[in-house]
Design a protein around this ligand. Structure first.
Ligand code: F1P
Length: 628
C-alpha cells in the first residue's frame, strides 16, 4: 500500500518519476505527489487528490507557471543530474485530501512514506504539534528528522537513526533535503524498498516499476538506511554501521501496462488464465512420460523432497484470495497425500499462541509476496526454526527472499487489484504440490500419476471453452445486478471457490455477498433468503456431495431466491431448478474448481461494469497490502 518511486540521475526527472508512479498506482490511488530539485536548487513540490492523471494535469500547469516566472524548466534537466521523490497513496491516517497527500514537509525535509507509524500520538510530544499541516503519521517523521538534524548540527546519518529509533510500526521512507541537493535518503522497516542501478539511481517499492534494462538491484532489509550523494551511495545496518551490499542481477519481464484491447486489466487477466495454466504445466510435468516434475524455483529440490517425506503436518498461512486458495489446498493435500493440513488467515495467526510440532511445514501463499500480515507470520515461524515454503507470484519479493523453498505462481504481472489469474495459478500449484507430496511419500501409483497428468492437460482448452460462454455471463450479470445480497454455496473443494466468488463480487461490484458451506445454510443464512437474494451454487458432477448440494439448492429455491447453478452435470432437472445454469466440461471433481471460478470472476466483472465501476481499482483497496 502506497508506492514510492525516487530518482537521482540525468534526464527528465519529473517524467521519470511520473513513469514510475504510473506503474505503482496499483499500490494506492487516493492521491499522489512529487518533490524534485528544480535547476535553481530549490525543491518544487506538487500534490494532487485522486489518481496520477490529476497530478499530471497539475504538474504541467505548475511547471509551465514556474518556467514563466524563473525562466527555468523545473526538474526537466537533460544531461545534468537531478533528483526527486514520488508517491502514490493508499490513505491510512487522514482522509484522501490534498493536504494529506505526500510529500510532507518540515523545514528543508520532504518525506514520502509507505506504512503506518503506530506511536504517532506519542511522537507528537517530541515535536511542536502546532507545526503539523496534515492529519498524517508521515508528517511526524519529517518533523522528527528536522528536530534531530538541528540537534545533531546537520549530521544526516545520526538524525536518520535517531528518527528510526523513535518509530514504531512499519515504514519505507524516502527523503529529500533542500539544503543538500544531489542527496537522497531511504530507510525501511517492513514495506519493501529497492535501490536499482540504471542510467541514474532509482529507489522503488517494486522493481516492476523500473525499466527492464535496469537489472542491478539491492533490496534494503529491515532497519537499514541508504544515503545517496553525488551518485555514490552508502548503506548502514540497524546499528548504524556502514555495510557493503552486492547488487543482484534480476532479469525480469517489463511491467506490461498494456490492456491489449481489453477494457480492463482484470478482464485481460481472466482471459490469460488458460495460457498461464499451460505455462505452469509445461514447467511442472513431463507430458510424454505422464509424470510430474514439481521442483521449487528457489532452494534445492532434493532437500525439499527429503523434507516433505518427513513432515507431520502442513500449516498454510495467507490472506484474501490466497487464503481461500490455501483452503482448497487443504482438501487436496489431505485427500491425496494423507498429510494433515491447517489453514489460517495470517492476521489471525500472528496474534495468538500457535502450537506446532517441529516437523510442521509452513506454506505461505501470496501473490505479491509483500503482504504485511503474511510477512509477520513468516518472521514468527522462522524464530521457531520451522521450515518454510512459499507460493508467490513475484520473484525476489520479501516473502520469496526469506523462505527455505520458493515456488513461483508464474501468472505474470497481475495488475487488477482483485486477484484472478494468480488465484487460479495457486489452485493449479496446490494440485501439483498435493500430488507431488503423495508421490514422494510413495502413495501415488504411476497409473494414477499418468491419469492426473492427462486430466491436467485438459484444463487449458476447457478453460477456454468456459471463457467462451460470454452470453451467459452477460445475461446473468444483467439479471442479477438488482439483487441486494448473494449467497455463494459449495461443499468440499467447491467451498473455497464459493468464498472466492463472493469475495470477487464484494471487491469489485460492492454488493454484499457471503460464501458459505452449503450444508451450513440451514444453521442461519437461510433466514436471509427471500426473492431479493440470489444464491450461486457450485455442484460437483456426481456422488453424495452432488445430492446434498442439490437438496440445499432446493431449500433456497423454495424460499424464493434466484438460483444460479454451475456444475459438472447437465440435466433437465438442474436447468429447471436453476434460473440460470451453466454446465461445466467433464473433469475429475478436484479439478473442476479451476473451471468453476471463471464464471464467478466473469459475472462479478460484468455486474461491476454494468454499474460503471472501474474493476481494476476497487474503492478503498490496494493490490499490495503492506500494512497490518
Ligand atoms: C492478498 C490480497 C488479494 C486481494 C487484493 C488484496 O494479497 O488479499 O488476495 O485480491 O489484491 O490482497 P497477496 O498476499 O496474495 O499478495
Amino acid at each position: 500500500m502506497c508506492g514510492i518511486f525516487a530518482y537521482s540521475g540525468p534526464g527528465d526527472v519529473t517524467q521519470t518519476l511520473m513513469d514510475g508512479l504510473r506503474k505503482l498506482e496499483y499500490r494506492g490511488y487516493d492521491s499522489s505527489g512529487i518533490a524534485f530539485f528544480s535547476t535553481d536548487d530549490r525543491i518544487q513540490c506538487v500534490r494532487a487528490c485522486g489518481d496520477i492523471s490529476e497530478l499530471e494535469k497539475l504538474l504541467s500547469d505548475e511547471v509551465r507557471e514556474s518556467s514563466g516566472k524563473t525562466g527555468v524548466h523545473s526538474g526537466m534537466t537533460s544531461s545534468m543530474n537531478g533528483s526527486g521523490i514520488g508517491h502514490t497513496r493508499w490513505a491510512t491516517h487522514g482522509a484522501p485530501t490534498k493536504d494529506n497527500a505526500h510529500p510532507h514537509r518540515a523545514g528543508p525535509f520532504y518525506v514520502i512514506h509507505n506504512g503506518v507509524i503506530e506511536n504517532e500520538g506519542e511522537l507528537k510530544n517530541l515535536i511542536d504539534p502546532q507545526s503539523l499541516a496534515s492529519e498524517t503519521d508521515t508528517e511526524v517523521i519529517a518533523h522528527l528528522l528536522l528536530r534531530f538534524y538541528k540537534e545533531e548540527k546537520g549530521d544526516l546519518v545520526k538524525s536518520v537513526f535517531k528518527t528510526m529509533n523513535c518509530l514504531k510500526g512499519s515504514y519505507a521512507v524516502t527523503v529529500l533535503c533542500e539544503e543538500r541537493p544531489g542527496e537522497m535518503i531511504a530507510f525501511k522497516q517492513g514495506p519493501p524498498l529497492a535501490l536499482c542501478k540504471g542510467e541514474g539511481w532509482i529507489i522503488s517499492s517494486d522493481i516492476y516499476s523500473v525499466g527492464e534494462d535496469v537489472q542491478e538491484v539491492i533490496f534494503l532489509e529491515d532497519g537499514e538506511a541508504l544515503f545517496l550523494k553525488d551518485q555514490e551511495f552508502q548503506i548502514y545496518d540497524r546499528q548504524g554501521r556502514k555495510i557493503q551490499k552486492e547488487f543482484k542481477i534480476i532479469p525480469r519481464e517489463q511491467s506490461l501496462l498494456d490492456k491489449k484491447g481489453f477494457p480492463h486489466f482484470m478482464l485481460k487477466e481472466i482471459f490469460e488464465q488458460p495460457d498461464v495454466t499451460r505455462k505452469i504445466l509445461e514447467n511442472s510435468i513431463h507430458r510424454h512420460e505422464g509424470q510430474l516434475n514439481v521442483k521449487p524455483a528457489g532452494g534445492d529440490h532434493e532437500s525439499f523432497n527429503r523434507l516433505i517425506k518427513k513432515v507431520s503436518s502442513v500449516r498454510i498461512v495467507a490472506c484474501g484470495s490466497s487464503y481461500f486458495a490455501g483452503l482448497f489446498g487443504k482438501y487436496l493435500i489431505e485427500e491425496f497425500a494423507d498429510v494433515m493440513v491447517e489453514v489460517e488467515p495470517a492476521s489471525e495467526f500472528i496474534y495468538r499462541k500457535a502450537v506446532f510440532d517441529t516437523n510442521t511445514l509452513i506454506l505461505f501463499i501470496s501473490q505479491s509476496g509483500e503482504t504485511a500480515d503474511t510477512l509477520t507470520a513468516l518472521n514468527r515461524v522462522k524464530e521457531k526454526g520451522l521450515k518454510t515454503i512459499s507460493l508467490c507470484n513475484v520473484p525476489n519479493s520479501s516473502l520469496d527472499r526469506q523462505v527455505d523453498y520458493g515456488f513461483y505462481m508464474q501468472a505474470g504481472q497481475e495488475v487488477g487489484v482483485a486477484s484472478t489469474k494468480a488465484f487460479t495459478s495457486s489452485l493449479i500449484w496446490l494440485i501439483l504440490l498435493a500430488f507431488h507430496f503423495s508421490k514422494e511419500r510413495k502413495t501415488l501409483s504411476s497409473e494414477r500419476e499418468k491419469s492426473l497428468v492427462k486430466s491436467l492437460l485438459q484444463l487449458p482448452p476447457y478453460m477456454e471453452q468456459v471463457l467462451g460462454y460470454e452470453d451467459f455471463f452477460l445475461e446473468t450479470a444483467e439479471a442479477l445486478k438488482t439483487f441486494s445480497g448473494f449467497l455463494y454455496l459449495g461443499r468440499g473443494v467447491f467451498y473455497p471457490i464459493a468464498l472466492e466468488g463472493a469475495l470477487k463480487l464484494k471487491e469489485i461490484a460492492y454488493i454484499h455477498a457471503e460464501g458459505y458451506p452449503a450444508g451450513e445454510m440451514k444453521h442461519g443464512p437461510l433466514a436471509l433468503i427471500d426473492k431479493n437474494k440470489a444464491v450461486v451454487a457450485l455442484l460437483p458432477s456426481e456422488g453424495i456431495l452432488y445430492d446434498k448440494t442439490l437438496t440445499n439448492l432446493k431449500e433456497a429455491r423454495t424460499r424464493g431466491a434466484e438460483i444460479i447453478g454451475l456444475g459438472g452435470k447437465d440435466t433437465s432437472e438442474l436447468k429447471k431448478l436453476c434460473n440460470h445454469y451453466l454446465p461445466l466440461p467433464k473433469l475429475p471433481e478436484f479439478l473442476l474448481p479451476v473451471l468453476a471460478v471463471i464464471p464467478l470472476q466473469m459475472m462479478a466483472y460484468y455486474i461491476s461494469r454494468s454499474f460503471g465501476y472501474n474493476a481494476d481499482r476497487p474503492r478503498n483497496l490496494a493490490k499490495s497490502v503492506t500494512v497490518e
